[in-house]
Design a protein around this ligand. Structure first.
Ligand code: NAD
Length: 468
């Protein structure tokens, strides 16, 4: 789906008109162009507060890649954040890379008191205006749930407010700000998350706080095909976000089983043929669906590594006007079917060790939406399901959710014009996301190096103003 306003406002005449009328001027977002593209290019400035624990790990992730894919240049690591201002000025004077940083990364893991939050100001105040368009801010902290003392928990929780506010200030340049909260001693789990948040793959993800727990260190994978040898089941794969997920996981090396309702089989086959995948026609709400899916997996691939519950529907009506089948269908597709499919796959031991379950929630499930009591209820239930399952899954299997905001698909194209325009603009980046933005976040969850990323709900919403 195309956003004509975004195109128009990025022409010289459109830009001037938007500025004089006080209209939003969204910046075009840089997305991944090639799989072997370096995850970040240009100058990255890394700073740290007192007692920082992740700084060495950050330096090695950003400064050197085991597979030689690293191309970031001019990395400056500042153990003392107060030096940051001097360095930014030095870059200006020499004219090096025009004095701009492609990312500002701050290790706040050691902050133990509210007073120490001053380190954030010291690092970002002199450097934030040096962030290039489509630049990245990434803060690493310690999960407040793991902090023993209240002042430390306060300082670590404070990072969330800081990052969310920064995201709102820098979004107009297409820049994003995110936070990764590590459990103590989980430095070896940072790799895939740091790469994701600093790369073009997270173009539409901003204002998010992710929790990273301890897990076994992943073995090195082929960086251009990290999912090679894995099998993915993607529901609702014939179009929209599901088709993008299937294509993205296949791009990263996975064999994809695409599933959709029987009437969508022709479209589904076009998607799966193009990625050398397999197509399964099945309505996930039918009683026999979990068994049918499990039988198909058993016969075709012998097991599955990733299950992406993407199929979803909306049946909008205000509660008093809602027919009961609208309620029942919406809960069945968006929530009940996911649980029943997972149960069957687990019982028949078809879900492989170190597998990944990914559910699709929605901003409607976080904030609630007018005319969507059924959909908001189901999508909120998805979050409850993910958070609970994350505590119980074994054998290295993780479960996470994505909550998309406004994504340009047939679902959103069917919205009335005013609601569609409001959905597109009411976020820090002032534009809708693309299906691939959701797919890239799922590929990050599925990465073998994301074993410590479990029980998260990450919004792919350009930091929508709606909800938390
Ligand atoms: P879409 O309507 O374009 O695609 C949904 C797919 O699910 C379709 O191919 C459909 O045939 C399939 N499906 C529906 N019922 C099914 C069933 N019973 N069995 C098997 N397949 C079934 O929607 P989309 O915009 O691509 O959304 C994908 C997911 O993202 C959904 O879960 C949706 O709720 C969620 N989401 C989308 C947005 C957005 O802005 N587009 C925002 C938030 C959440």
């Amino acid at each position: 789906m195309s956003d004509l306003y975004l195109k128009l406002v990025n022409t010289p005449v459109g830009k001037t008109a938007a500025q004089s009328l006080g209209l939003p001027s969204p910046a075009p977002l840089s997305r991944l162009k090639r799989v072997d593209q370096p995850f970040i290019e240009g100058d990255v400035l890394i700073g740290a507060g007192a007692g920082a624990r992740a700084i060495a790990t950050l330096g090695s992730i950003i400064g050197a890649s085991p597979a030689g894919l690293h191309h970031a240049t001019g990395i400056e690591t500042l153990a003392d954040s107060a030096q940051a201002g001097n360095k930014a000025k030095a870059l200006d004077v020499s004219g090096e890379v025009n004095g701009k940083f492609s990312a500002l990364v701050f290790d706040a893991t050691g902050l133990k008191t509210p007073q120490e939050l001053r380190a954030l100001y010291d690092f970002f105040h002199p450097t934030i205006r040096k962030l290039a368009s489509n630049g990245r801010v990434l803060v690493i902290g310690q999960d407040p749930h793991t902090c023993r003392k209240a002042p430390q928990a306060a300082a670590q929780q404070a990072l969330e407010g800081f990052v969310r506010a920064v995201g709102k200030e820098i979004g107009k340049k297409g820049c994003t700000a995110n936070l990764a909260w590590m459990a103590p001693n989980a430095e070896n789990q940072l790799d895939s998350t740091v790469r994701f948040f600093l790369s073009a793959r997270s173009a539409y993800v901003s204002g998010q706080a992710v929790r990273i727990g301890k897990a076994e260190e992943a073995k090195a994978t082929n960086p251009v095909a990290p999912l090679a040898g894995k099998v993915a089941l993607v529901t609702g794969a014939s179009r929209g976000i599901g088709a993008a997920i299937a294509e993205t996981l296949a791009r990263d090396g996975a064999t994809v089983i695409g599933l959709d309702i029987p009437p969508a089989l022709e479209e589904l086959q076009k998607v799966t043929d193009a990625i050398k995948g397999k197509a399964l026609a099945c309505d996930i709400t039918e009683e026999k669906a979990p068994k049918l899916i499990a039988d198909f997996i058993e016969k075709e691939t012998g097991g599955v590594d990733f299950v992406v519950h993407n199929a979803g529907i909306t049946r909008d009506k205000t509660l008093g006007n809602m027919p009961e089948h609208f309620w029942d269908m919406t809960i069945a597709v968006n929530l009940t079917a996911e649980e029943l499919i997972d149960e069957e796959l687990a019982e028949r031991k078809l879900m492989r060790d170190n597998g990944r379950i990914v559910c699709i929630s929605s901003i409607s499930g976080i904030a609630g939406n007018f005319g969507q009591t059924n959909y908001s209820c189901a999508k909120s239930g998805v979050i409850g399901y993910v958070e609970s399952m994350a505590k119980h899954l074994k054998n290295g299997i993780t479960i996470n959710a994505i909550a998309p905001g406004f994504i340009e698909t047939q679902m959103t194209a069917a919205m009335p014009f005013t609601i569609r325009e409001a959905g597109r603009r009411m976020n820090s980046l002032s534009q809708g996301g693309q299906p691939v933005d959701v797919a890239e976040a799922i590929a990050w969850y599925c990465n073998p190096a994301s074993a410590g990323v479990n029980g998260n709900v990450v919004r792919v919403c350009g930091q929508s103003l709606i909800g938390k």
